[in-house]
Design a protein around this ligand. Structure first.
Ligand SMILES: NC(=O)c1ccc[n+]([C@@H]2O[C@H](COP(=O)([O-])OP(=O)(O)OC[C@H]3O[C@@H](n4cnc5c(N)ncnc54)[C@H](OP(=O)(O)O)[C@@H]3O)[C@@H](O)[C@H]2O)c1
Length: 300
């Protein structure tokens, strides 16, 4: 079972589970409200999943700050509801979490590095991680980062640069394919260093964690760290464009004017790779796979 199945990460997790012939339940927001503990309990009791991957998230940075109670319910309350339902059904629960639980000076952070979030989103994710660590009978925290890929549930994806790394590669490709130049933001107030992963590769690692019953904290990321500018230029190159068409500039004041953004959120996935018995792909491999996925989606 995948919560947030209509989202970017959730739709990729559902896609990967299905290609491994799993029987997948991926209710969208309209089918299951994860902040409703009773509804989650009833859904899980009726469907008896072997594993639950909790990806659903209220994805609204401003809302998280302005509506604290709603935010708490959407992150911590929802995670508690999912964990309790998983416990009752004897299911293994995986919370998809983030590199933003770190403060931006801890990279490359290993799986056992204590979180030290600097903004509301990171705090809510770190609190949700604790729910899994303390409350799940069989629980895994799968941190992912700088996720790139194809949205499997929506044709039009939100491809716009932000303070993090999400959708950065897609934004570059969209601009260059349209014959435009692309300006990658770089400034001290941004997330400048991270460890990208393809959404489907992260999902493969999560599936492996379920198959091996790997509990605890995992870093489901790629095997190479990169800064924003290098990621933008290497994406251009990997997609057959001139990397010189990528300029470097400053973001709008509004992008960096709010809460602190962790600067260096590199994740070390060495221990995760060893536990799961896999190698983590380098960036060239990740970008090659991303290109293949974009091409396949364009012809589908
Ligand atoms: N994308 C990244 O780069 C990245 C990086 C690190 C970690 N993550 C983690 O990955 C997870 C998924 O992120 P994403 O990028 O896939 O977000 P997303 O595309 O915004 O998907 C979130 C999904 O959750 C659903 N949802 C929201 N509130 C819900 C509720 N109360 N009940 C049920 N469903 C609800 C949304 O449905 P509606 O849209 O219909 O409300 C949407 O389908 C998050 O936990 C995030 O922390 C993502």
């Amino acid at each position: 079972m995948v919560t947030g199945g209509s989202g970017f990460v959730g739709s990729n997790v559902a896609h990967v589970l299905a290609r491994h012939d799993a029987e997948v339940l991926a209710p969208g927001h309209g089918e299951l409200e994860v902040t409703d503990a009773g509804a989650v309990a009833r859904y899980v009791r009726a469907t008896r999943p072997d594993g639950i991957v909790h990806t659903a998230i209220w994805n609204d940075p401003a809302g998280l700050v302005n509506e604290r109670r709603r935010a708490w319910r959407a992150y911590v309350g929802a995670t508690r509801a999912v964990v309790d339902a998983a416990n009752a059904a004897g299911a293994h629960v995986v919370l998809v979490s983030t590199d933003w639980v770190f403060d931006g000076t801890q990279g490359p952070a290993a799986e056992d590095e204590p979180p030290n979030p600097v903004n509301t989103y990171g705090f809510l994710k770190a609190a949700s991680e604790l729910v899994v660590a303390q409350r799940a009978d069989r629980g895994t925290v799968a941190r992912i980062a700088a996720v790139q890929g194809v949205h499997r549930a929506r044709r039009a994806t939100p491809r716009a640069q932000d303070a993090g790394f999400g959708y950065l590669a897609a934004s570059v490709v969209d601009a260059l394919a349209a014959g435009k130049r692309f300006t990658v933001w770089d400034s001290p107030g941004l997330n400048r260093l991270a460890t990208p992963v393809l959404a489907t590769d992260a999902a493969e690692l999560i599936l492996r964690a379920l198959q091996r019953e790997a509990t605890g904290t995992l870093h489901c990321v790629g095997g190479e760290h990169v800064d924003r500018v290098a990621l933008a230029r290497r994406t251009a190159q990997a997609f057959g464009f001139d990397p010189q068409c990528v300029d470097v500039g400053s973001p709008d004041a509004a992008v960096v004017g709010g809460q602190p953004i962790p600067v260096d959120t590199r994740l070390d996935g060495t221990a995760t790779a060893a536990r799961l018995g896999v190698g983590l792909p380098d960036l060239a491999t990740t970008l090659r796979r991303l290109r293949d996925e974009f091409e396949a989606a364009a012809t589908a």
